[in-house]
Write a protein that binds this ligand. Structure first.
Ligand code: ADP
Ligand code: MN
Ligand code: MN
Ligand code: MN
Ligand code: MN
Length: 368
C-alpha cells in the first residue's frame, strides 16, 4: 500500500526501537494493571492503567476502581463516577513481565449494572445452566482500515478485483497486514486466551480468528479481551479495526461472529438428538435472538443478513447440515458422528458475546 497513507498515523511513525529502551527497566516489585471495560456504545472498549505493589493471581485480589462515566457515554457529568469490578485476569502482552490485563464489568453510582453491562445477567444464566457444562466457541471476523477509513490496501479510487482469491489467501496481492494477524495471535496466546485459529476472509483486508471452546462465561470474557488486544496491536501499526458487520456495501461479504455451542449431552454419544431439539427451540425464538445478536437490536444485522454472501435472511429461521446459507448449521462432521455442536451463524461481528451466549443458554437450556 502507498506509504503515504500509513504515515498519516502518528502511532505508525513513532520509532518502536526507541520504546524498547524502556521496556525492560526493573520496576522495583511494582506492576502495571490495565483495567479494560466496555463503554456506553456496547461495542467499544476503554482502558486505563494503575500501579500495584503485588502480583495478583485472582481478580478478587484487585481493587474496585472507578472512571468518568460521562466521558464514556455512561453517566451524567454531575454524577459521573462509574465503578470497575475486576472479573478476569490475563498476562499483558504489550508490557510483558508480571503486568496484567484486568477485564472489568461496570456499575453505576447506585451499584446497579450500567446499561451496557450484559455480563451480570449472562453470568446468572451460565450459573443456572452449569450442570449442562455449556461450551462456546466464537469465530470473530473483522476488517482492517487505513487512517482514512478505507479498507487497508484497497485502491484509493475504485475497488480491488472481485471476491474469489482472498479467502485463506497467500501472497502480496491476496491479503493485507498479516503482520497484524500474527502479532495478535501471539499476543492472545501470551495473554492466556484460548485462541484456536485464524484465517483470511472472503473480502480483502477482512480476517477471522476463533476463541474457544471454553465453558460458560469464559469465551465471552476472552473474546472481549481479544478485541482489546486486536485494537491495541493495530494501534501500534497505525491501522484501524472495525467490527462493523457490513463495512462495504455491495458485492462484498459482511462480517459475523458465528457462535458454536454445545452442552455435555450434545457432545455425548447420540447427542445429535439434543442438537436437533435445541434447533427446534431456536426456530421458535428467532426474533428474540436477532434482537440480542447485534448492539442495535437487529438494525446492524439488517445490512448483513440479506440471504446473499453466505448469510441467511434476517426474516426467517433456517437450519441444515453443512449449510452456510442457514441461520444455524450442523457441521458435516457432527451429523456423521451423531454428536458435537451447532453453529449459530446469525450474530454480527460487533455483537456482545454476553448477550449472544445468554440468549443461547436461556432458549436451549433454561427454556426462556
Ligand atoms: P467454520 O469456519 O468451519 O465455521 P471454525 O473452525 O472457524 O469453523 O470455528 C469452529 C469453532 O467451533 C471454533 O471456535 C471451536 O472452538 C468451536 N467448537 C469446536 N467444538 C465445539 C464444541 N463441542 N462446542 C462449542 N464450540 C466448539
Ligand atoms: Mn483527570
Ligand atoms: Mn470460521
Ligand atoms: Mn468466516
Ligand atoms: Mn463459521
Amino acid at each position: 500500500m502507498p506509504a503515504s497513507t500509513l504515515q498519516n498515523s502518528p502511532n505508525a511513525v513513532l520509532n518502536k526501537s526507541v520504546a524498547d529502551r524502556y521496556r525492560n527497566l526493573p520496576c522495583k516489585g511494582r506492576i502495571k494493571a490495565t483495567y479494560i471495560w466496555i463503554d456506553g456504545t456496547g461495542e467499544n472498549v476503554r482502558a486505563k492503567t494503575r500501579t500495584l505493589d503485588f502480583v495478583p493471581t485472582e481478580p478478587e485480589e484487585l481493587p474496585i476502581w472507578n472512571y468518568d462515566g460521562s466521558s464514556c457515554f455512561q453517566a451524567e457529568g454531575a454524577n459521573s463516577d462509574t465503578y470497575l469490578h475486576p472479573v478476569a485476569l490475563y498476562n499483558d502482552p504489550f508490557t510483558g513481565g508480571n503486568n496484567k490485563l484486568v477485564l472489568c464489568d461496570t456499575y453505576r453510582y447506585n451499584k446497579q449494572p450500567t446499561a451496557t453491562n450484559k455480563r451480570k445477567s449472562c453470568l446468572e444464566a451460565m450459573e443456572a445452566a452449569r450442570d449442562t457444562i455449556p461450551w462456546f466457541g466464537i469465530e470473530q471476523e473483522y476488517t482492517l482500515l487505513d487512517m482514512d477509513m478505507r479498507p487497508l490496501g484497497w485502491p484509493k479510487v475504485g475497488f480491488p478485483g472481485p471476491q474469489g482469491p482472498y479467502y485463506c489467501g497467500v501472497g502480496a496481492n491476496k491479503v493485507y497486514a498479516r503482520d497484524i494477524v500474527e502479532s495478535h495471535y501471539s499476543a492472545c496466546l501470551y495473554a492466556g486466551i484460548n485462541i484456536s485459529g485464524t484465517n483470511a476472509e472472503v473480502m480483502p483486508s477482512q480476517w477471522e480468528y476463533q476463541v474457544g471452546p471454553c465453558e460458560g462465561i469464559a469465551t465471552s470474557d476472552q473474546l472481549w479481551v481479544s478485541r482489546y488486544i486486536l485494537h491495541r496491536v493495530s494501534e501500534d501499526f497505525g491501522v484501524i479495526v472495525t467490527f462493523d458487520p457490513k463495512p462495504i456495501e455491495g458485492d462484498w461479504n459482511g462480517a459475523g461472529a458465528h457462535t458454536n455451542f454445545s452442552t455435555k449431552a450434545m457432545r455425548d454419544e447420540g447427542g445429535l438428538r439434543d442438537i436437533e431439539k435445541a434447533i427446534e427451540k431456536l426456530a421458535k425464538n428467532h426474533r428474540q435472538h436477532i434482537e440480542a445478536y447485534d448492539p442495535r437490536g437487529g438494525k446492524d444485522n439488517e445490512r448483513r443478513l440479506t440471504g446473499s454472501h453466505e448469510t441467511s435472511s434476517i426474516h426467517n429461521f433456517t437450519s441444515g447440515v453443512a449449510n452456510r446459507k442457514a441461520s444455524v448449521r450442523i457441521p458435516r462432521g457432527c451429523a456423521e458422528e451423531k454428536k458435537g455442536y451447532l453453529e449459530d451463524r446469525r450474530p454480527s461481528s460487533n455483537c456482545d458475546p454476553y448477550s449472544v451466549c445468554e440468549a443461547l443458554i436461556r432458549t436451549c437450556v433454561l427454556n426462556g
